[in-house]
Design a protein around this ligand. Structure first.
Ligand code: FAD
Length: 390
């Protein structure tokens, strides 16, 4: 038998990863192997995930807000954070979503735009997984165009009173704190809303065919009264929430490749075991052409992700570069997942194997944190100087 290599082994990407980052990656991989993978088919099937229990374990693992400095956060490199996202999403995009929303959306919003008091109150508990956060930007009628949102915060004396509805909010029903974005008389502002505030409710969205091992909710704000100190003082306008989305998108650049890698490794193993017309499926040229092409896209995506990680660690990564990585890697990941599904035949549609679960999950990943089309428009604008959004 000639020497074999994994798809990423072929590209030698391991040599581009520092020892410390690799150690963190391996710890997360071991956690998902022991604690997560044995349950995933059931969680997906039953559309339930023990989010509260897992949050504490993920807090102990040190991955919640891991790339942030201070306030109980691990303060790792951005590359280590990306690699952790990759391992989490190799298990399931829902698990990575839990961690992304907690660390890159809810915690980052408070860390980047919050008052010292807000940071002290929430970040250490969120890093430990004792408090879960969600991030409410999207509304039923406003997704790609959040600037037109209807949720409104009006002043009443010193207080703020929030009214409106948010939609498709990850972690919403299990959150202790919601970062909610709302129109005010002075631009869009962010609010730190404890979810036990009267007038706040978060009914769970059911009947999802994607990200079933993830909590997704509506947020209803019905005269939610908050003190003046609930507003994020430093964020004014849409740049506040967009900065958070940029953080989460960066994690997805790596994360989506985790799902793709899991599909490809599954398909390679499967085609070696499966005999068709008396010989292994892996020995047919048609199979090998598919596997080779998928490995190319996985490897190229990984090189891009690691490059963007280096830029982020150097502090020079731009939002257009993050759009490029998110667009490419999610698009290629879903193509890989679907192609792997064909190689598994009927078994490909079963939860006994991860491929259709990943493919279905990636439908959400293609849509959230900016749809593929929105990132194409970002790149188009960067290339031409012309905005085609409106
Ligand atoms: P729309 O904006 O209505 O888009 C519909 C189609 O129109 C898309 O194909 C889009 O690309 C296209 N389109 C949009 N603008 C243009 C244009 N200018 N030119 C051409 N085509 C265009 N949101 C949160 O705030 N917090 C969360 O935690 C969160 N979690 C989510 C979890 C899941 C599972 C999902 C599915 C979504 C989540 N979202 C969350 C919402 C997500 O961010 C939005 O779904 C996304 O921004 C797209 O908005 P939309 O669904 O309203 O689609």
């Amino acid at each position: 038998m000639p020497r074999t290599q994994t798809p990423l082994g072929l590209f030698g990407t391991e040599d581009l990863i520092g020892e410390d980052d690799r150690a963190i990656r391996d710890t997360v991989r071991a956690f998902t192997a022991d604690r997560i993978r044995p349950h995933l088919a059931d969680w997906f099937d039953e559309a339930s995930i023990p989010a509260r229990e897992l949050a504490r374990e993920l807090g102990d693992l040190g991955v919640l807000g891991m790339h942030l400095q201070g306030y109980g956060c691990a303060g790792t490199t951005a590359t280590a954070y990306g690699l952790a996202c990759m391992e989490l999403e190799a298990a399931d995009s829902g698990l990575r979503s839990l961690v992304s929303v907690q660390g890159s959306l809810a915690m980052f919003a408070i860390w980047r735009w919050g008052s010292e008091e807000q940071k002290q109150e929430w970040l250490p508990r969120m890093a430990a997984g004792e408090a879960i956060g969600c991030f409410g930007l999207t509304e039923p009628d406003f997704g790609s165009n959040p600037g037109d949102m209807r949720t409104y915060a009006r002043r009443d004396g010193e207080d703020w009173v929030l009214n409106g509805t948010k939609m498709w909010i990850t972690n919403g029903s299990v959150a202790d704190v919601a970062v909610v974005w709302a129109q005010t008389d002075d631009k869009i502002r962010g609010f730190v809303v404890p979810t036990d505030t009267p007038g706040f409710s978060a009914p769970e969205i059911t009947k999802k065919l994607s990200l079933r091992a993830s909590v997704t909710s509506e947020l209803v704000l019905d005269d939610v009264r908050l003190p003046a100190s609930a507003m994020l003082p430093e964020a004014r306008g849409l740049s506040g929430p967009l900065s958070c989305l940029n953080e989460a998108r960066y994690g997805i650049v790596f994360g989506a490749l985790g799902a793709a890698r899991d599909c490809l490794e599954t398909a390679i193993a499967y085609t070696q075991e499966r005999d068709i017309f008396g010989k292994p499926l892996a020995s047919y040229q048609a199979t090998q052409l598919k596997l080779a092409d998928m490995s190319l896209e996985l490897g190229k995506g990984m090189l891009l992700a690691l490059h963007l990680g280096s830029l982020k660690d150097a502090g020079t990564l731009t939002s257009e570069q993050v759009s490029t990585g998110k667009l490419n890697n999610v698009r290629e990941a879903i193509a890989i997942a679907r192609e792997c599904r064909t190689l598994l035949g009927a078994n490909g549609i079963s939860l006994e194997y991860p491929v259709l679960r990943h493919a279905n999950n990636l439908e959400s990943v293609l849509t959230y944190e900016g749809t593929s089309e929105v990132h194409q428009l970002v790149i188009g604008q960067t290339l031409t100087g012309q905005s085609a959004f409106r």
